[in-house]
Design a protein around this ligand. Sequence first.
Ligand code: SF4
Ligand code: SF4
Length: 97
Amino acid sequence: MALMITDECINCDVCEPECPNEAIYLGAEIYEIDPLKCTECVGHFDEPQCVQVCPVACIPLNPQFTESHETLWQKYRRLTAQAGQEAAGAPAASPQG
Ligand code: SF4
Ligand code: SF4
């Protein structure tokens, strides 16, 4: 599953730079996690890094994004392949194809 940030977040800014997938961003009021980018840190670390550093423990599993370990691995591989393409200067996917 992806993780999510609850409204107990105090906007301390600590988790955002720790995410290896750049899935955490400042939303309208509090920090948020893009569930399409969060792999629970699978592929990068043994434990979710944001959970490790959050001082108020407000980052539970997101029940709307139930994913198996294998699915998280596939997401990790997809994300790293995308990052590799962008690093190589490949144009981002566009609606025109
Ligand atoms: S669990 Fe890992 S990948 Fe997911 S938001 Fe937290 S730091 Fe990022
Ligand atoms: S570490 Fe926790 S409290 Fe701080 S910004 Fe992230 S989710 Fe919010």
